[in-house]
Design a binder for this molecule. Structure first.
Ligand code: NAI
Length: 300
């Protein structure tokens, strides 16, 4: 059993697995905080897209005067792309942000244990999967935790730090201190399906989609009302287009199954149709709305 837990100061190189919506954002956050980062994606195109997206985000920050152009370059250069998990051998923290499937995450972490040192803190950015069940595939589950960022990771302040049954207290303390040092508002929570935010948010998405399924209102009307009168930053349709319809649907399915098919969390067939069509939202150019270069187009 590992007892030699790393403190926040001891975390130097950060590995991130998955260069998609979340992984790229998390890599940017860690690099902006000064860490050398190794960003791994098995898909070369996704890796290239992720790195290009980070560079673009950093130059936008420079254009807005939030960082200098030299700093944008420096931060970008701190992120090293790789396609193999073996590139993560010398990391002190690895954050996984790949597909929301228990078996896939378990097999990635089991492989990581053969690559990283026993003290490397392993974390998952899962939105909903039980930290305890991911950890059950590990030899050292005590150094495994959930580190749940919100989309877009460089902008959103909240990070849920999730402990499973086997997670050691000092590991949670390290992750809380580390992410606070990154400028985040870090909150510890126990592992339970959807954790805090994604559980509370399920009915927000589900009732919006039910309104559309029942023909009561169009997505644009629901979104506009929630924004203009409901006090929300985004309505359920624009928000799920930002999250990714595939990711949001997978999270709902996982929460639904975890609560023994409680109808409160029943997934939406309208959303499943979008996923089947490949209309995944901003990232694919079409979801409930159409997008060009990430910008929402006027309605047809
Ligand atoms: P995404 O679909 O944008 O990106 C996933 C990336 O992982 C892809 O580039 C894919 O090529 C790569 N990948 C898949 N399997 C891999 C493997 N075995 N090894 C290396 N790379 C692999 O997904 P997204 O949205 O970034 O979500 C990732 C995780 O973060 C999921 O668990 C999701 O539930 C969670 N999450 C998502 C949020 C969102 O708003 N999209 C918010 C917070 C958490």
């Amino acid at each position: 059993m590992t007892t030699n837990y790393l403190t926040a100061d001891a975390i130097k190189t950060v590995g991130v697995i998955g260069a998609g919506t979340m992984g790229a954002g998390i890599a940017q956050v860690a690099a902006q905080a000064g860490h050398p980062v190794i960003l791994v994606d098995m898909n070369a195109e996704a890796l290239e897209r992720g790195i290009a997206g980070i560079r673009k985000a950093l130059s936008r920050l420079a254009e807005k005067g939030k960082i200098t152009a030299a700093a944008a370059d420096e931060i970008g250069n701190r992120i090293n792309p790789a396609q193999e998990l073996s590139a993560l051998a010398d990391t002190q923290l690895v954050v996984e942000a790949i597909v929301e499937k228990l078996e896939v995450k378990q097999s990635v972490f089991a492989e990581l244990e053969t690559i990283c040192s026993d003290t490397t803190i392993l974390a998952s950015n899962t939105s909903s999967i039980s930290i305890t069940s991911i950890a059950s595939a590990l030899k050292h589950p005590e150094r495994f935790a959930g580190l749940h960022f919100f989309n877009p990771a460089p902008v959103m302040k909240l990070v849920e730090v999730i402990h499973g049954l086997a997670t050691a207290g000092p590991v949670i303390d390290t992750l809380l201190e580390l992410t606070k040092g990154w400028g985040k508002v870090a909150v510890a929570a126990k592992s339970s399906p959807g954790f805090i935010v994604n559980r509370v948010a399920r009915p927000f998405y589900a009732e919006g989609m039910r309104l559309v399924e029942e023909g009561v209102a169009e997505p644009a009307l629901v979104d506009a009302l929630m924004r203009q009168s409901g006090g929300f930053r985004m309505g359920p349709f624009e928000l799920t287009d930002l999250i990714g319809q595939d990711v949001n649907y997978a999270v709902t399915c996982s929460v639904f199954a975890s609560y023994y098919n409680d109808p409160r969390f029943k997934p939406s067939l309208v959303q499943k149709e979008l996923v089947d069509a490949g209309w995944l939202g901003r990232k694919s150019g079409r979801g409930f709305y159409r997008y060009e270069e990430g910008k929402q187009q006027a309605e047809e």
